[in-house]
Design a binder for this molecule. Structure first.
Ligand code: HEM
Length: 395
């Protein structure tokens, strides 16, 4: 039976699709490259080239009304400085300010600590035949890295991390309590002002820049809290999900895992293939600022268009006939998992570093883990996609 456009359905909250999205991705790309969801009222694009084209046209497709579907549909107000949800000129200077302190050097300096932390976490699991790859490892590492980067006291890291994960995966329409995180970060800033260190929070406190009025100044308290909030929110859930997918995909493909065991230099490419094949950012969107044409059709001003990352990353028009296969040897020029163009993820190298080190340390200690697929559980849907509970056995 042939597929008609009316048969096709995609929405990020649909549990069945979330669990097995590939058939729908195929239908979207092949039969509805500009899909409209009548129930919630948004468009979705799924072919790789269309996604890149849209993300580059920032005059037409703006971020200033949000990029997360739930918030866009609810028209949730955006805090100034949260530059993932901004357009020029504000996006340009807010992003540039953070880039001044969030340098490749600052990221590379974390390597030693990240490795030591992974090693300690895995050593604590030695002798356990079963554990939860998400709770015991994948969720721990990014939390710890954020703690190091931002100077979050160890005693508070877990509560904050859980708050960010819950925020990301809350049921549709449920409001976020914004004061809890702002108040907490403000307390750390008070402490850091008195006790400077070499972390990113201190560098943000001390950085001086020329603002839009030509005045040289430091960041205000509100700006600081916003930057820290953005980094912690964007980097915690996504990176944990990447580590979870690493464990799942390599358990499902033991032949490829064995190749990595023989040749760890395959790891960096394997991490990019994991992030291509199972992108933690399930979808992200843009608001249409003026009537335009997309995929050869008219899209009116005021519409919402979502990029379906997993569908774009498996578009055979770009990734070839084996686009739907997982292959750690794939030579890849690009994928959409960290975005594209002016809003490209500023934490991509940090996420890659964390993924690489976790896999290196895992391979050294327990190279034959096996996911218990019957008891693995996906997390509740929303803007990101991955595992909540990933029981494994080792040995
Ligand atoms: C596997 C992990 C990660 C994934 C899949 C991911 C994904 C993304 C994507 C898709 C975007 C673009 C959003 C858009 O165009 O609307 C983005 C932007 C961003 N990401 Fe990440 N991210 C990850 C890790 C991180 C980390 C570790 C950090 C911080 C330490 C971070 C900070 C940011 C920020 C600040 C932006 C906004 C950039 C801008 O608007 O100019 N991300 N990320």
């Amino acid at each position: 039976m042939s597929t008609t456009v009316a048969d096709i359905y995609w929405d990020p909250w649909d549990r069945e699709i979330y669990e097995n999205p590939r058939p729908v991705y195929r239908q979207l790309r092949d039969h509805a490259p500009l899909y409209h969801n009548d129930r919630h009222g948004f468009y979705a694009i799924s072919r790789y080239d269309d996604v890149e084209r849209m993300l580059m046209d920032r005059d037409t497709f703006i971020s200033g009304k949000g990029t997360i579907l739930d918030a866009m549909l609810a028209n949730t107000p955006i805090s100034p400085g949260l530059f993932i949800f901004e357009d020029p000129p504000f996006h340009t200077f807010h992003r540039a300010r953070l880039m001044r302190v969030f340098t490749p050097r600052a990221v590379n300096l974390l390597e030693h600590d990240v490795r030591e932390f992974c090693a300690r976490t895995l050593e604590a699991l030695a002798g356990h035949e079963h554990f939860d790859m998400m709770g015991d490892l994948a969720r721990e590492v990014p939390m710890r890295v954020m703690g190091l980067l931002l100077g979050i006291p160890e005693s508070d890291q877990r509560v904050l991390r859980d708050h960010f994960i819950e925020t990301m995966h809350r049921p549709k329409g449920v409001e976020i309590d914004r004061t809890f995180v702002s108040d907490t970060f403000s307390t750390y800033l008070d402490y850091r002002e008195e006790h400077p260190s070499d972390d990113l929070m201190t560098r943000l406190l001390l950085t001086e820049f020329e603002d839009e009025t030509g005045t040289t100044r430091r960041l205000t308290r509100e700006e600081l809290v916003t930057y820290i909030n953005l980094i912690a929110a964007a980097g915690n859930d996504t990176t944990g999900l990447l580590i979870g997918w690493t464990a799942k995909l390599l358990s499902d493909h033991p032949d490829q895992r064995a190749e990595i065991a023989n040749d760890p230099s395959l790891i960096p490419n394997a991490i990019d293939e994991i992030v291509r094949f199972e992108p933690p950012a399930y979808s992200f969107g843009r608001y249409v600022a003026r009537d335009t044409e997309l995929v050869g059709q008219t899209v009116p001003a005021g519409s919402i268009v979502m990029c379906v990352s997993g569908a774009a990353n498996q578009d055979d028009r770009v990734f070839g006939p084996d686009a739907e296969q997982f292959d750690i040897h794939r030579t890849m020029q690009r994928h959409i998992s960290f975005g594209y163009g002016p809003h490209f993820c500023i934490g991509a190298n940090l996420a890659r570093l964390e993924g690489r080190i976790v896999l290196e340390e895992l391979m050294k200690r327990m190279p034959n883990w096996q996911v218990d697929n019957d008891n693995a559980r996906l997390i509740y849907g929303g803007p990101t996609r991955g595992w909540e509970h990933l029981p494994v056995s080792v040995g």
